[in-house]
Ligand binder design. Sequence first.
Ligand SMILES: [Zn+2]
Ligand SMILES: [Zn+2]
Length: 255
Amino acid sequence: MKLIVLGSGTTVPHPQRASSGFWLETLGGSIMLDFSAPMPFRMAQEGLDWPALDSIWISHFHLDHCGGLAPFLAGTKHAPQMRSRTQPLRIFGPKGIEKLIKGFDAVNDYGLLDQPFPVEIIEVAHNEKFEIVAGVEAVACKTPHTDESLAIRITDRDEKTLVFSADTGFDELIATLANHVDLFILECSFLQNKTKTKHLELAEAIFLIRKSRCKRAMLTHFYAEWDEVDLTKELRAIDARLEVVEATDGLVVDV
Ligand SMILES: [Zn+2]
Ligand SMILES: [Zn+2]
């Protein structure tokens, strides 16, 4: 798998970090993990093959994770690159994702689902296993953030694995989901003394990373308070042997 970080930030505007979005290339096709408002631009900016995008995963309904979905679907209707496309675009997410898309659509009769190619919306539940792109298995796992929030574990055809926590409070279940994965993408909204229980701070993230025994981890979803922090230095002080990388927009990681 190959991961390209498109947005390592939050809902708060930031000059270097777009809100949440990751492009994942698997042996079965391409997947967007979350789709915030800047994502249509960020995919194009990174030169990614967005007209051939196979699947989208929406972790929850906060706009810094799904706000680009309706504008993207409005765009694909008019994109010359997509006129001859026949392969379906599959959108996976928690229960309510269909209502969300249709709700956007109803506001102005955009015809978001009336595309040159089929659009399939698939709602998944906690513990549900599903095929996210051809031959690539996924399983969803609830997280303590909003009622609908889900983390996802993806297993590529070559058995490489990745977990994306999206937004979450502290719960050891996420470490269980990420057991021995090749890449564990975990939110780390705060350095310390977190002001919101439904996000993580560094010590909690490190606890979950250690508990998961993942091969490598990536921290993301950084609020501006991280701007003054040298994460590499913080991590070295905790445990120099831990393989943890800081997500930055544009970073490419081979999994
Ligand atoms: Zn968020
Ligand atoms: Zn959220």
